[in-house]
Design a protein around this ligand. Structure first.
Ligand SMILES: Cc1ncc(COP(=O)(O)O)c(C=O)c1O
Length: 410
């Protein structure tokens, strides 16, 4: 292969993340396709029986079966790992699939996990209830109080600290470096759900996290087309502890979905920048609305962890914000929240975020609806809370869309 053809698939250490995002992939096929090929095949034909045996035994490189090896999926994994600054990545069927694989790969009955109580609702269910059935115990702690995390650690039993920052939907920010210090002091691993920021804004391993978890369904795809997930980390953890479990458990990403995310990663940085700018503008405007009691957005100077967020998130607040409507009690708050949502014409009423199109949702009855009232109260998710995943529409149109519902509530 000539020098000119070399860059595809070969990561040059000197490249800027923008370059990495559009260039990192497995090598081109002999056909010379410019866009990465979509290998929509369940298995791979082996040259001969001897090679098949060597590949299955792991003694020879080569693709075998798409449950655990596929070139399109490998391209997506390589590109994401390069963006996160980790040695490796492992793609999974969804974000929740990534957490399931993480737990299956790293824990056994009797182990203990410390997890923020402000993580995504399904994460609370999965870690706190489903894995409890298999003897894994979890302590849920404050998102922001490092002393609370420290007090929950059980020496010799705590194997994992799990954080999501900023959190969904209140955008509270964890101190990644402080949590990494706590985890490493007790020989545990720190895992960070990086859905809200994506590697375009935040690279948790730079602050000491051991693993980064993604719902590729969000900003990585960026256009609301597919479910996907991933875990990023060292070769030792990914290849020795997680890949063997994926091979047996089948929590795998389809090549088609991997291809969609692969192409989404090319525009990730531009989208995150533009959507964060719009979110900041909208957050400032919402603060001035009489019907709004409080805006939760780390890009605002008034946010309690603003300085920490700016350090961890490349000076950006991200593209998801939430706000509480002023109301007299939970019943009125819910009524007002529903009225505001129903008055929108532009924002899509859907629980996803990370799309180029803005989304609006009522977390207490959707993404966090399966939690008990007590769990929601502990996480600060009230009936008057609205979350917006800010997209790429013009800010004036977003303001007009929300004004329609906010004006009658003032
Ligand atoms: C912060 C966060 N983590 C994880 C998930 C789960 O991802 P998925 O829907 O891809 O399983 C979500 C989904 O909304 C999320 O918001």
């Amino acid at each position: 292969m000539s020098e000119r053809q070399a860059p595809v698939g070969a990561l040059d250490e000197s490249w800027h993340p923008d370059t990495v995002a559009v260039r990192t992939a497995v090598p081109r096929t002999p056909y010379g396709e410019h866009s990465e090929a979509l290998f929509l095949t369940s298995s791979f034909v082996q040259p001969d029986a001897q090679s098949a045996a060597a590949r299955f035994a792991g003694d020879e490189e080569g693709f075998i079966y798409s449950r655990f090896s596929n070139p399109t999926v490998a391209s997506m994994e390589q590109r994401l790992a390069a963006l996160e600054g980790t040695e490796c990545a492992l793609a999974t069927s969804s974000g929740m699939g990534a957490i399931t694989l993480l737990m299956l790969g790293l824990l056994r009955g009797g182990d203990h996990v410390v997890c923020s109580r402000s993580v995504f609702g399904a994460t609370v269910k999965l870690i706190g209830e489903i894995f409890a059935r298999f003897g894994v115990e979890t302590s849920f702690v404050s998102q922001t109080d490092v002393e609370d995390w420290k007090a929950a650690i059980r020496p010799g039993r705590t194997r994992l600290l799990f954080a999501e920052t900023p959190s969904n939907p209140l955008a509270e920010v964890c101190d990644i470096a402080a949590l990494a210090g706590l985890a490493h002091d007790c020989d545990a691993l720190l895992v960070v759900d990086n859905c809200f920021c994506s590697p375009a804004l935040q690279r948790p391993t730079e602050f000491g996290a051991d693993l980064v978890m993604h719902s590729g369904t969000k900003f990585l795809d960026g256009q609301g087309r597919t479910l996907a997930g991933a875990l990023c980390g060292s070769r030792e953890i990914i290849e020795s502890r997680l890949l063997p479990v994926q091979r047996s458990a089948g929590i795998s990403l389809s090549p088609f979905n991997a291809w969609v995310v692969l192409k989404g990663l090319e525009t990730l940085s531009l989208r995150m920048q533009a959507q964060s700018e719009r979110a900041l503008e909208l957050a400032r405007w919402l603060q001035q609305q009489p019907a709004v009691a409080r805006v939760h957005y780390p890009g605002l100077e008034q946010h309690p962890q603003h300085a920490l967020a700016m350090r961890q998130q490349s000076g950006q607040g991200g593209a998801v914000l939430s706000f509480d409507l002023a109301a007299d009690g939970p019943a009125q708050a819910r009524e007002r929240a529903f009225a505001l949502i129903d008055a929108t014409r532009l924002c899509s009423i859907t629980a996803n975020f990370g799309d180029t199109r803005s989304t609006i949702t009522h977390p207490a009855s959707t993404s966090h609806g399966r939690l008990s009232e007590q769990q929601r109260a502990a996480a600060g998710i009230g009936q008057g809370l609205i979350r917006i995943g800010v997209g790429l529409e013009h800010p004036a149109d977003l303001r007009a869309d929300l004004s329609r519902g906010l004006a009658p509530l003032a």
